[in-house]
Structure formats: structure tokens, C-alpha cells
Design a binder for this molecule. Structure first.
Ligand code: NAD
Length: 378
């Protein structure tokens, strides 16, 4: 195969990741499907008028000049789109979360195995320099055997990203523990090298939601001048509307394989954006600050030469979307399909983070009861 011929389902928003394939000499964007004609018109403008576009994704899947599909539609469509694409004999890049239920992920995994095609998930954080540095430090043995992990995620743009469109309903995303949290839980899994076995969580809708009508949009709102959450962009449903139901304040504790203990806080009404991970091993502690682009290693005072070895890493982002991760993850997809390389962002990892997030959602919606993460139903 000379160039991988890629079709995109869900062409705007995250569909913009297709620009990286467009700009690659190993891929060509041949088509796109969306439910909005305007989105398809924008796509044709970006990709060229020769590109095939359709309002029915099945027409895209029927085409023999499409080798692979990028599923960049909203979460609640991933299962349908990924399964249909694999069944149509296409390789699939599926954005995170893999699906909005554990059973949905398992259906995708079974379809993937039966299809003989390649599948990967859009965990672009695995490709960010700052987290690659952390992974390398852990793998070098510097902090010893990993025993504990911590992530606190202040989602400073939580309102506009998650409360002003489909993300805010259970039918749309299930829970932000597996929507936003899909990345964070995966980072905990990837950095520690272990998957979650069981969880307990508490959460609430403590800030957003309310009694505004479901069809209220910012541009038609009487309170537009005074509302802090006023939005001028495409996501502009009122964040205080009645249908809003996913928790905006989530705390989860997790036990991972190997007895690793982890905790995760995700809050959507913080003023600042800050995502911070700590990994503690038997010999040291590793921590990052995303805004400062720093990683610190603190060593235990063990009466050895390591006492003097606390260190700070200053990370430079690469060029391109998401701190340079998007061009790298799209390249990894090409390596997977064209060269047979195992991708960094595996489907099983995609499933395990959703399964942990779903177990967390079940726990916080049942008074914090401990929930086991089920084995994959192959
Ligand atoms: N890995 C990352 O860093 C990252 C970043 C952003 C978004 N995402 C993921 O990408 C996905 C899309 O997110 P978004 O914010 O772009 O969403 P969005 O609401 O902007 O939708 C993306 C596109 O899908 C189209 N669409 C909507 N319903 C559709 C349907 N039924 N069939 C086909 N197309 C449909 C929309 O018109 C739009 O063009 C989500 O699953 C999200 O989690 C991942």
C-alpha cells in the first residue's frame, strides 16, 4: 500500500486531527461523513473538493477506496461507528473514550479480533513529551517499585468543554470519569504499568445544571452580559439547563493490579487548568506540573549517593496539536497499519480506562459502594 486512504466520521471538532494525515506523505484523506452539511462543507474546504462527503456514514464505509476510518464523532456514537467500520473491513482509529460503557468497549474488542483489522484509540497523552519523560523515569527504576499514584485534574475550561453540549448528559457521555477521565485513568495505568481492579467513588453535580430550559443558548440569554459561563463558540447551550446531569466534582479511589493504590480528583469549576500526577515508588517520588512543563524527581533520604539526586526536568513541547502529540499519534496509526507496528495507544488500554471510569460512575451513583472492574468479555 502506497498511501493509507482514510475516511473520517465526525469531520469537525476533533475531526481536525485528520489535518495531520492530510499533511503526511504516507496518507490521504479520501472522504468524510457527518450529520451536518455545514461540517462537510468545512471539511471539503480543508481537504479539497475532490474529497467524498456524505450525511450517511454507511456510504463512506461502502467505498472500496477507503482503507481506514477515523472515528471522531461524539462518544455515544463510537461503538456504532467503530463496529460498523471494522465489519466493513476498515482499520480504525477511534477517539477516546472507546465507548461509553464497558460492554460497548467489549463489543468493539470482539469485533476487532474477528475482523483481523487494526484498531487503536486516541490516547494522545501517551505521546506527549512530559508524560513520555515520566514513563521513562519510572521504567529506568529510579523511583523503585511503584506503590501509589495520584492525579488531580482541575478542568479550568470544564464549563465550555463539558457542560454546553452533549457531554453533559448520561446518554451523551455516561460520566466525565470516563470522558475526561479516560485520559487520566489511562495515564495512571500506563505510568504504573498496571490496570485498575476495583474502585470506590463519590461525586456530585455541585455547580452546573439547574432549571434553565434545555433549548436555551448563550446568544439568546437575558443574562448573557453577567453570566461568567457565557460562550461565543459552537458549544453554547446553557450550562445551567435542566438536562445537565453528569457530575462536575468527582473523587475516586482505585486499587490496581500489584496492590498499587491510586486516587483521582476531577473538578470542572476550578478557575485554572492544571493536571498533575504523582507516582510514588519505594525509592522516590515523581511529580509533574503541566502549566509549568516540569517534572520533579524526589529521592528518599536513604543514606546513599541518591540523597543528592533530586532533580527537575524542564520539558519542551513539540510542534503540533495537544503539545505536539497529535502529529505523533497519527503517525503511530500509520506505522501500525502500514508497518505492522504495535501502537502505544492500544485498544485494550482504551477499554480498561473506560471500564474503570464506568465502575467509578456506578460507585458514585450507588453511595460510594466498591465496584470491581470486570474482566474483558472476549
Ligand atoms: N484525544 C483528545 O485529546 C481529544 C480531544 C477532543 C475530543 N476528543 C474526542 O473526540 C470526539 C469528538 O469530540 P468533539 O468535541 O469534536 O465533538 P463534536 O460535538 O464537536 O463532534 C465532532 C464531529 O462529529 C459530528 N457528529 C455529531 N454527531 C454525529 C453523528 N451521529 N454521526 C457523525 N458525526 C457526528 C459533529 O457534527 C462534528 O463535526 C469525542 O469522543 C471526544 O472525546 C478527543
Amino acid at each position: 500500500m502506497d498511501k493509507l486512504r482514510i475516511g473520517v466520521i465526525g469531520v469537525c471538532g476533533r475531526g481536525g486531527i485528520a489535518n495531520s494525515w492530510r499533511d503526511s506523505d504516507r496518507a490521504v484523506i479520501v472522504g468524510g461523513a457527518d450529520v451536518y452539511e455545514q461540517a462537510l462543507a468545512d471539511f471539503r474546504e480543508r481537504m479539497g473538493e475532490q474529497v467524498f462527503t456524505t450525511l450517511d456514514y454507511r456510504e463512506l464505509l461502502d467505498r472500496s477506496d477507503v482503507d481506514a476510518i477515523a472515528v471522531t464523532s461524539p462518544d455515544f456514537m463510537h461503538e456504532e461507528h467503530a463496529v460498523a467500520a471494522l465489519q466493513a473491513g476498515k482499520h480504525v482509529f477511534c477517539e477516546k473514550p472507546l465507548a461509553i460503557s464497558t460492554a460497548g468497549c467489549d463489543t468493539i474488542l470482539r469485533t476487532w479480533k474477528a475482523s483481523g483489522k487494526k484498531l487503536m484509540v486516541g490516547f494522545n497523552m501517551r505521546y506527549m513529551n512530559i508524560f513520555r519523560v515520566m514513563k521513562e523515569i519510572i521504567e529506568s527504576g529510579t523511583i523503585g517499585e511503584v506503590k501509589a499514584a495520584w492525579c488531580r485534574h482541575f478542568v479550568g475550561h470544564g464549563c465550555n468543554f463539558y457542560y454546553q453540549d452533549w457531554h453533559a448528559t448520561i446518554a451523551g457521555s455516561n460520566s466525565l470519569l470516563l470522558q475526561k477521565g479516560s485520559h487520566d485513568i489511562d495515564m495512571i495505568h500506563w505510568l504504573t504499568g498496571q490496570y485498575t481492579k476495583r474502585v470506590a467513588a463519590f461525586g456530585g453535580l455541585d455547580f452546573f445544571g439547574g432549571d434553565k430550559p434545555n433549548d436555551l443558548r448563550c446568544d439568546a440569554c437575558d443574562e448573557a452580559d453577567t453570566c461568567f459561563e457565557y460562550s461565543e463558540n459552537r458549544r453554547n447551550q446553557c450550562a445551567f439547563r435542566q438536562e445537565v446531569e453528569v457530575e462536575d466534582n468527582n473523587v475516586m479511589v482505585m486499587e490496581l493490579d500489584g496492590g498499587i493504590k491510586a486516587s483521582y480528583l476531577q473538578c470542572h469549576f476550578t478557575p485554572d487548568y492544571h493536571r498533575n500526577y504523582t507516582i510514588i515508588g519505594t525509592e522516590g517520588r515523581l511529580e509533574n506540573s503541566e502549566p509549568e512543563m516540569k517534572v520533579w524527581v524526589k529521592m528518599r533520604r536513604a543514606h546513599s549517593w541518591k540523597e543528592l539526586a533530586d532533580r527537575t526536568y524542564n520539558i519542551r513541547p513539540a510542534m503540533g496539536g495537544h503539545g505536539g502529540a497529535d502529529p505523533v499519534i497519527t503517525n503511530d496509526f500509520l506505522d501500525m497499519v502500514l508497518e505492522g507496528k504495535e501502537p502505544l495507544a492500544t485498544p485494550v488500554a482504551g477499554r480498561m480506562s473506560v471500564a474503570a471510569g464506568c465502575a467509578g460512575a456506578d460507585s458514585m451513583r450507588s453511595g460510594g459502594a466498591v465496584q470491581q472492574v470486570p474482566e474483558i468479555d472476549w
